[in-house]
Structure formats: C-alpha cells, structure tokens
Design a protein around this ligand. Sequence first.
Ligand code: PLP
Ligand code: MN
Length: 393
Amino acid sequence: MKAQPEPLPDHLRALVGQGVDAIDTPALVVDLDAANRNLQRAVEFATKHRLRLRPHAKMHKSPAVARLELQAGAVGVCVQTVAEAEAMGAGGINDILITNEILAVNKLRRVAALAHQLSVRGGQLGIVVDSAEGVERLAQAMQLTKAVVDVYIEIDVGQGRCGVSPDEKVVTLARAVVARSSLRFAGLHAYHGGAQHLRTVGERHAAIVAAAAKVEDVRRLLEAADMPVPLVTGAGTGTFAHEAASGVWNEVQPGSFLFMDADYLRNDRDPAQPQFEPALFVKAQVISVSAGHAVCDAGLKAHAIDSGVPEVHALPGQPPLRFANGGDEHGVLHPLDESGPLSNLPALGDTVWLIPGHCDPTVNLHSHLVVVRDGLAGGRVESVVPVMARGVW
Ligand code: PLP
Ligand code: MN
C-alpha cells in the first residue's frame, strides 16, 4: 500500500512514518503484516485449487488496498456499487465485476462509460443481471460505446436475495444477453450470502452442496440450449473452501478475509479453509474510569454493531475486557472477570484496540484507513489510505 496517488490532508500525511502512539483516536487501523498474511493464505489456497481469486472491494472501498490484492495475485476485484467501480477504475484497477443489479438509467450510463474506459486501456468490466428489463436497459446504455461488457446471470442459490430461480428462466435471460452485440454472456453469478455465517462447518458445507446442485442444473439447461457457461463466480469468506471443493466454481469473491471481523472469527474453524487473523482495529482511548468500568472514545460512529459489538483485543500484559455499547461516541469497558480486582481495568489515557463486529459497514464509517507495519504494539504508520468509495452510491 505504498503507491498513493490519492491526495491526503496535511495532518494525515504527517502521520506517515510516525509510531502507533501518534495516531489520534478513534481511528480505523489496519495491521498490514496481518492483512498481508491473510492475503498470502487466500492466494495460496486459490492457486492450489486452480481458482481465480477476485476479492470483493465492497469491504475496503479503497483502490490502494485493491492494488495490494492484485499485486499478490488476484485477477481483479468485485464491487457492489457504480461509485465503487468508478473509484477502482480511477485507481488503476483494470478488471472490475459489479456483483449487483443496476437498473437506474443514469447509473447504467456511468457503467457504459466505465466499460469504455477500461476497454480502451485493455481492461474489462463485468456486471450481473437477473431480469429481462435489466438486460434491455444495460444494452440501451451500452449504445454509448463500442465496448462490450461481460454479463453474468445471477441465480438465487439459496439466499433469497437477488437472482433468477435456477430453472428455464435462466435460458430465456441468457438468450436475451446473447442477442445483444454489446453484451457478452460471461457466465453465472452464484453467491450464497446466507451461508457465510452459519456457525458450524457442517451447516456451511450442506448449504454450498445444495447451491452447487442448483448451478449444475442451470449449467445443463444452458448447454442443452447451446449456450455453454464460460465461468461460474461467487463465494465469500465463510464458505469458499466448499465452493472450491465442489469443482463447480471457477472464481471466488471473498472480501472480509483480508481484514476479518469479530463475527467471522466466531465461525467454527474449518480445517479445509485457510485460517485468517484479525487485521482491522479501531484504536480507542480510555477517557473516563469509575469504580467498576472504564469508558473509551469509540462508539457507534466508529464501528458498526449490526453483527455485534466489538471484541476488545488485549495486547500482552493488558487485562481482558468486554465492550458494551455506550452510544454514539462512547464504549463501556468491563473486566471480563467482574469478580476480579479493579486493577483489571485500564487506566485513564490508555489505548484499547477493538475488533469490529462487521468490517464492511465499519470501513464505510471512516474517511481513512491508517495502515500500520510491525504490529500494534510499537509499530509505525506505513501509509494513510483514503476510503475513496465511502458512502452508499
Ligand atoms: N460476493 C458478493 C456478491 C457479496 O455480496 C459479498 C458480501 O456480502 C461477498 C462476495 C464477500 O463476502 P465476504 O466479505 O463475507 O467474504
Ligand atoms: Mn459483510
């Protein structure tokens, strides 16, 4: 994460090269060594299983992080929004897949413009569809350019979110795609979000075995209609070992593996999957101490709690603590062992490190990632990375 074309305010640029102590709180901090280890493990797994790794950039929304993923061996990135796609394109990423249905005409014009830009520099844009209307609108917008966009038909493999039901409807939709010269039928998008946080390995395995059967049904229908499936893409951090084992997917899209979060760390360990470690932390400071608890300066504005409150990451020598929601700007810290001595509480001014419950919406709360090398205890700031596609567009 060294190359840094994105501009930085002076006070953040001044942080680079300084010790971790200089980082003001609350701040979102990436342990770069841990993130690199996670990345290496995912790349090794993908290589061993002959899978293309296309990490999901919805998690970090930062072209600088995407460049790190590509340098390590990823084939490109996924994004969820047009703004994320544009930010990745502007940050030099050439191979981008929008894994979401886009229906608004204005947004589709931006999709066409980006497809053009990427194709001019030898790159490629992909997008998923699940309706005839979506195909029609995309084809209309693509009239603005001579570029061709890769189109993946999204099938619902069990989540009950977007996606065509895995039956003859897919064949009808594929025919509509094939009929348009500006659209290339690139394959199937099959992502089972509902399976990612099933806690046991057995539950996750069963969900992906059922999803694989649906993909295979659709593949047979398409082959019978003379439209072989070029590629199947999908999978997330919780399940991608199962997609790999099925032999049905060619490409996997985990996002959270890079930074991890407390929710994913609560999944049962899967021996078939690389073990990932926490690499994303909120640095907070203790600003008040009373008889039975301490208070830190990180609250709902510093981390998302849709998947639970943060875990407190105790460094060697620090007391184990439990975090409780203290509102917008505060977190309440209790000793894990409430019956122990009060010395089990941190002191005023101490630093506490929090592992957010859910990495994606937590990153979206912050304008910058402070990237640290050589660990949280005694490390230094390597770079400060803007969250370029922050927001919901
Ligand atoms: N692919 C799609 C389509 C997604 O929506 C997501 C996340 O929601 C992912 C991949 C990545 O999942 P995770 O960050 O859990 O690895
Ligand atoms: Mn998520």
